[in-house]
Design a binder for this molecule. Structure first.
Ligand SMILES: Cc1cc2nc3c(=O)[nH]c(=O)nc-3n(C[C@H](O)[C@H](O)[C@H](O)COP(=O)(O)OP(=O)(O)OC[C@H]3O[C@@H](n4cnc5c(N)ncnc54)[C@H](O)[C@@H]3O)c2cc1C
Length: 201
């Protein structure tokens, strides 16, 4: 922001090629730019399909549930053998699941959480779950489990940056830097070739 950036909220499905660049409808009106980056995580597939790209993308879903547990856990606990995590959070004890293979818009299922709840319950008294529905997220995955980063092969000035799978939080800063270097044609310490969209064409 201090260097001139602006945050605007908009709908990426309003993306249009305009003049020598791209435009998108936002709360601050229609915004135009020479370069646009499509970074929609698990929602990228729907938009790139409208542009004629068919990449092998899928999601791995995962759930969190908070419990009013009487147990006083002081640090997160990973049960690697049985595949769940318990973490003390401000809102209670958080139980997380492993990966569920399902379409992004499929209704939530109770299967994974019930299994993790039974396993974690052998170790600690979880208490009652909070009355809110479990959180459900989707990890944006590709067939080779590497992100898609680089210029959209058939659309000048459009860049792809999605598919960071299980590591998107961790990779965010370095992915942002690599993409900025690509957009500006700068050299990079990271070899971008494994991530280029062309590998799926
Ligand atoms: C259960 C679970 C556990 C995870 N654990 C970890 C972990 O421990 N460490 C780690 O590094 N990563 C983890 N991840 C992965 C990480 O969350 C993702 O890789 C990361 O969020 C991907 O970042 P992104 O910016 O590409 O997509 P997202 O973070 O999904 O952001 C995409 C954004 O696009 C927006 N959007 C969608 N459609 C439109 C539209 N039409 N117009 C405008 N905006 C739109 C969405 O609202 C969203 O804000 C986990 C994911 C899940 C589901």
């Amino acid at each position: 922001m201090a260097r001139g950036g602006r945050f605007l909220t908009g709908d990426a499905t309003s993306l249009q090629s305009q003049g020598a660049g791209w435009s998108v409808q936002t709360s601050g009106g229609r915004v135009q730019a020479e370069q646009a980056v499509l970074a929609l995580g698990p929602w990228a597939d729907a938009l790139i399909r409208t542009l004629g790209y068919r990449f092998p993308l899928f999601v791995k879903r995962g759930y969190h549930q908070h419990y009013r547990s009487p147990a006083q856990l002081r640090q997160p606990l990973l049960d690697a053998e049985r595949g769940y995590v318990l973490a003390p959070m401000q809102r209670g004890l958080r139980l997380t699941t492993g990966a569920e293979f399902a379409p992004i818009d499929a209704p939530p299922t109770p299967v994974q959480l019930l299994k993790a709840e039974a396993l974690a319950g052998e170790l600690l008294d979880l208490g009652e779950p909070l009355s809110e529905p479990p959180w459900l997220g989707a990890r944006p995955c590709t067939a080779d489990m590497l992100p898609v980063m680089g210029p959209a092969p058939r659309h000048k000035g459009l860049w792809f940056n999605f598919g960071h799978a299980h590591q998107g939080f961790t990779l965010g800063p370095v992915a942002g830097r690599l993409l900025a270097e690509m957009v500006h044609g700068e050299s990079s310490r990271v070899d971008a070739r494994p991530y280029l969209p062309q590998r799926f064409m």
